[in-house]
Design a protein around this ligand. Structure first.
Ligand code: PEP
Ligand code: MG
Length: 750
C-alpha cells in the first residue's frame, strides 16, 4: 500500500499542471480502490467557502466545472465544513445528500469522502463511490492518508498553475528575511541539483542552445563509456550493461530528438531536456511490469547527469540583470557569492526563515529578503519582474503599474530616510534622558569592513569565524586564520573586537567534516565540537592571540555554552595557549577578555555561575529564541511561531540581565533582535546598553535610541511583559514607534 501511495504522490508532484494532477489522482484512485467513480472538489480561489468540482472519473465528465457546494451543503460541503471523513453505505438516504443530475452517480450509492487539508485550510474534498460493497476501514485510512499527503502537492500544483500565464500581478507571501524593498528581475540559479527546479526560459539563440546540449550529451556519453570499461574489471557484465544502455540512449533516438525539437521551438536547453526526460520517465512509470516501471528511475538518473553538464556549460554565460532578485527553492550563502555585488538587489527563497544563515548574510549586505514562501513557482519565475518587500515578507510577481508606482514611492521615502540617518553617524547613541548606548557591528560574513567603520560602529560585537572554515575544503591553517584575525583586529585598532570561536554544526556544516545527526541543532554544535577536538580549538585560539600581539583589542566569545563545565574546560585550554605562546616568544601575552554566549536555556538558569567565570556575556537571541520556543530557526513551516519578542523570550532575557547585573558582569546582545528597531526598544527597557548588529541596522537603531527616554522604555517593557503573545508585544512597540513618526524604520511606506 505504501508503494501505491508513494507512486501517486510522486506522479502528482511531477504533473505539469493542476488539471493533469487531478486526472492522475482520480484515475489512480478508481483503480486502487476498485471504485466505480471518483470526484475531486477544490475550494474556489475567489471564495474558499465554495467547493467546485474539478475532476471526476466514472461519472459524466460534462459535470466538471458545473457543480458547486457551499460549506455544509450536500455531503461534500459537510465534509469540508466538519473537516472529517464520511463513509456511507447508502449515501442517497443521508439527509445531506444532494443528487448531481445527469452525473450517473445514482448507480453508486456507496460513498467515501475525505477532506484535503493543508496548513489548517480545507483545500477540497476527494470522494470515491461504488455500486456494491462498502468501503472498509483500511480503505478509509488509505484515502485519508493519501489526501493528507496530496494536500501540499495540490497546493503547489494549484499555485504554479496560477502563474502559468505570467501576465497578471500576483502577490506571494513568505516571512520577512531581511528588511528593505527592491524592484528587479528574478534570476533562478540552478546548479543542476534536480530536474524539478530547472526554470522555464525562452531563447533567441537556438544554435548555441543546440550546441551546448549536444556538447553536454557527448561528454556524458564519453563518461559512461569510460565508466563501463572501468567497471568491467570488477563487476559482472550485466551490471556494466546499464552504462552501455545509458550511452546508447544518448546516441540518438527520441530523448535527443524530442529535446532538440523543443529547443528549435525557442526553449532553453535545460528546460527542454527536463520536459523530455519527465515525459519519457512518466511513460515507463505507468507500465504494469515492475521491471519496466523501475526504468523510469534510470531515465531520471541519466537526465540528471546530462543536466549537471548542461548547467556547467550554461553557468559560463550567466548574464545577471542590473537589479537581480535571486530566486530559488533554497537560496544559499554560496549562491549570493555567484552574483556580482553591484547587481544583487533582493532574495526570494522557498525555504528558510529570518534567522537562516543566508537571511543574516542578506541583512549584513543590506539586501531585502523574503524567506519561506510556500509553493513558490520557482520554475516560472526566471526573467520575471518582481517587487520584494522584506519588511512584511511578501513579493509581487509581474507587478502592475500601480504596485510599481507605490513601491517606487516607498523606495524614494526609504532613500530619504537613509539620507537623514547618515547625519547620525557621528552622534552619540544616547536616549533623550542621556543614557549612553554602545553600538557595535556583527561581522565575519563580509570581507570588506569599510561599511562598518563608516557607520560609526564602536567596535565588533560579534565576529563569526565560521565562513573561512566553510569556504575551504579543509580546516584553515593557524597562519591562514592569523591573517584573517590580524586584519580585523588591525582595522578596528583601538576598538574592541569580539572574535567568536568556531560555531559550526546545526545549520552550518563543514563540507570536509560531515556530521550526520537526526537533530543537528540539538547535537554536536559550537563549543561541543571544539572541546571534543581540542586541536581545532587550540589552533584557533593561538591564531587569535598571536594576531592580537601589539594591538590588544581582542575579546574571545564562546558559543553554545550550556553549562559550567564547558566554560571550565575552555578556560583551561585558553590559558594553556597563552602560556605556550609566552614560552615560545619569551614575551608577555595579553590574556583577552573571555565571554560566554547566552543562547541555550540552561545557561539562563546558570547565569550566576557563568558570570563568576567570564569577563562578559552576550545574548544570542537567534538561538535563545529557537531553543526556548522549540521552533527551528530555519523551518518555514513554523516560522510564524518564531519571534524573539515572545513574552517567554523577553522574560528569559530579563532574568539574564538581572543575573549579569548581580554578578557585575558586562552584558551585550548580538542576536538579530539587537538590530530590530522594536527589539532595541525592548532591550533598552531591560537595562541593556551594549548592542551588536548588522551594519545596515546601526543608524536605524541609533535613531530609535535617540527618540525615546530610557525611563519610558522601562515602563513600556513592564507593559509588554504582561502581554500574552509576541503579536501584541510587537503591536505595542510598533504603535509607539509610529507615534514618534518612525514607522518607516520597520515597514514600507510609513
Ligand atoms: C545567535 O544565536 O543569536 C547568534 C548571534 O549566533 P548565530 O546566529 O551565529 O547562531
Ligand atoms: Mg547562535
Amino acid at each position: 500500500m505504501i508503494h501505491r501511495l508513494q507512486r501517486i504522490v510522486q506522479e502528482v508532484n511531477r504533473a505539469p499542471d493542476i488539471d493533469s494532477a487531478l486526472v492522475l489522482i482520480t484515475d489512480s484512485l478508481t483503480q486502487d480502490l476498485a471504485a466505480d467513480a471518483c470526484t475531486i472538489f477544490l475550494a474556489r480561489k475567489d471564495d474558499p467557502d465554495v467547493m467546485a468540482l474539478q475532476a471526476c472519473s466514472g461519472l459524466n465528465p460534462a459535470i466538471i466545472g458545473r457543480v458547486e457546494r457551499q460549506m455544509g451543503q450536500g455531503l461534500i460541503g459537510t465534509i469540508a465544513a466538519r473537516a472529517e471523513p464520511m463513509n456511507l453505505t447508502d449515501a442517497p438516504s443521508h439527509k445531506k445528500f444532494l443528487l448531481v443530475p445527469d452525473s450517473g452517480e445514482v448507480d453508486f450509492p456507496i460513498f467515501l469522502g475525505v477532506p484535503i487539508i493543508a496548513h489548517r485550510h480545507v483545500l477540497g474534498v476527494i470522494a470515491v463511490q461504488r455500486a456494491t460493497s462498502a468501503f472498509n476501514e483500511d480503505e478509509e485510512a488509505y484515502l485519508t492518508t493519501l489526501a493528507a499527503q496530496l494536500a501540499t502537492s495540490i497546493e503547489r500544483a494549484e499555485s504554479q498553475g496560477r502563474f502559468s500565464t505570467q501576465q497578471t500581478t500576483h502577490i506571494i507571501k513568505g516571512v520577512p528575511g531581511s528588511p528593505g524593498m527592491a524592484i528587479g528581475m528574478a534570476m533562478v540559479l540552478n546548479r543542476g541539483v534536480n530536474l524539478e527546479s530547472v526554470p522555464n526560459k525562452r531563447t533567441d539563440d537556438i544554435d548555441s542552445e543546440l550546441t551546448s546540449f549536444r556538447k553536454a550529451v557527448n561528454l556524458v556519453c564519453e563518461e559512461l563509456t569510460l565508466q563501463a570499461e572501468k567497471m568491467r574489471a570488477y563487476l559482472p557484465e550485466e551490471e556494466c550493461a546499464l552504462f552501455v544502455v545509458y550511452a546508447q540512449m544518448l546516441s540518438g533516438g527520441s530523448l535527443i530528438d524530442d529535446t532538440e525539437k523543443s529547443i528549435n521551438a525557442g526553449n532553453w536547453a535545460p528546460s527542454s531536456w527536463r520536459d523530455t526526460v519527465e515525459q519519457h520517465a512518466h511513460v515507463f512509470s505507468q507500465m504494469e511490469d515492475a521491471y519496466l516501471a523501475e526504468r523510469a528511475n534510470d531515465i531520471r538518473d541519466l537526465g540528471l547527469r546530462v543536466l549537471r553538464r548542461l548547467m556547467l556549460e550554461q553557468s559560463a554565460f550567466l548574464d545577471f540583470p542590473d537589479q537581480t532578485i535571486l530566486v530559488g527553492d533554497e537560496v544559499t550563502a554560496t549562491d549570493l557569492a555567484d552574483v556580482p555585488p553591484d547587481c544583487l538587489s533582493g532574495i526570494v527563497s522557498a525555504h528558510g526563515s529570518s534567522s537562516s544563515h543566508v537571511a543574516i548574510l542578506a541583512h549584513a549586505l543590506g539586501i531585502p529578503a523574503v524567506m519561506g514562501v510556500p509553493n513558490l513557482p520557482v520554475k516560472q519565475l526566471d526573467g520575471v519582474k518582481l517587487v520584494v518587500d522584506g519588511y512584511n515578507g511578501s513579493a509581487y510577481i509581474n507587478p502592475d503599474k500601480y504596485v510599481l508606482e507605490e513601491y517606487g514611492q516607498y523606495l524614494e521615502e526609504e532613500n530619504a530616510i537613509e539620507q537623514d540617518l547618515l547625519e547620525l553617524k557621528d552622534k552619540t547613541a544616547a536616549t533623550t534622558d542621556k543614557r549612553q548606548i554602545t553600538l557595535m557591528v556583527n561581522s565575519g560574513l563580509m570581507s570588506d569592513p569599510t561599511p562598518s567603520l563608516r557607520s560609526g560602529a564602536e567596535g565588533v560585537g560579534l565576529y563569526r569565524t565560521e565562513i573561512p572554515f566553510q569556504i575551504r575544503d579543509r580546516f584553515p591553517s593557524e597562519e591562514e586564520q592569523y591573517q584573517i584575525y590580524r586584519n580585523v583586529l588591525e582595522t578596528f585598532r583601538g576598538k574592541p573586537v569580539v572574535l567568536r570561536t568556531l560555531d559550526v554544526g546545526g545549520d552550518k556544516p563543514l563540507p570536509y567534516f560531515p556530521i550526520n545527526e537526526a537533530n543537528p541543532f540539538l547535537g554536536w554544535r559550537g563549543v561541543r565540537i571544539t572541546l571534543d577536538h581540542p586541536e581545532i580549538f587550540i589552533t584557533q585560539v593561538r591564531a587569535m592571540m598571536r594576531a592580537n600581539v601589539g594591538i590588544n583589542n581582542l575579546e574571545i566569545l564562546l558559543p553554545m555554552i550550556s553549562g559550567k563545565a564547558e566554560l571550565d574546560d575552555s578556560l583551561i585550554l585558553i590559558n594553556r595557549v597563552r602560556d605556550e605562546i609566552e614560552e615560545e616568544t619569551g614575551e608577555n601575552i595579553w590574556l583577552p577578555k573571555i565571554g560566554a554566549m547566552i543562547e541555550v536555556p540552561s545557561a539562563v538558569y546558570q547565569i550566576a555561575d557563568i558570570c563568576q567565570l567570564v569577563d562578559f556575556v552576550s545574548i544570542g537571541t537567534n538561538d535563545l529564541t529557537q531553543y526556548l520556543l522549540a521552533v527551528d530557526r530555519n523551518n518555514e513551516n513554523v516560522a510564524e511561531l518564531y519571534s524573539s519578542l515572545h513574552p517567554a523570550v523577553l522574560k528569559a532575557m530579563v532574568q539574564i540581565v538581572e543575573g549579569a547585573i548581580a554578578g557585575d558582569t558586562p552584558i551585550s546582545v548580538c542576536g538579530e533582535l539587537a538590530g530590530d528597531p522594536l527589539g532595541v526598544m525592548a532591550l533598552l527597557g531591560m537595562g541593556i546598553d551594549n548592542l551588536s548588529m548588522s551594519v545596515g541596522s546601526l543608524l536605524r537603531a541609533k535613531k530609535v535610541i535617540m527618540s525615546f527616554s530610557h525611563s519610558e522604555l522601562t515602563d513600556l517593557l513592564q507593559q509588554a511583559l504582561t502581554m500574552p503573545d509576541a503579536f501584541m508585544i510587537r503591536e505595542l512597540y510598533a504603535g509607539k514607534l509610529d507615534e514618534r513618526g518612525l514607522g518607516g524604520l520597520i515597514r514600507a511606506g510609513r
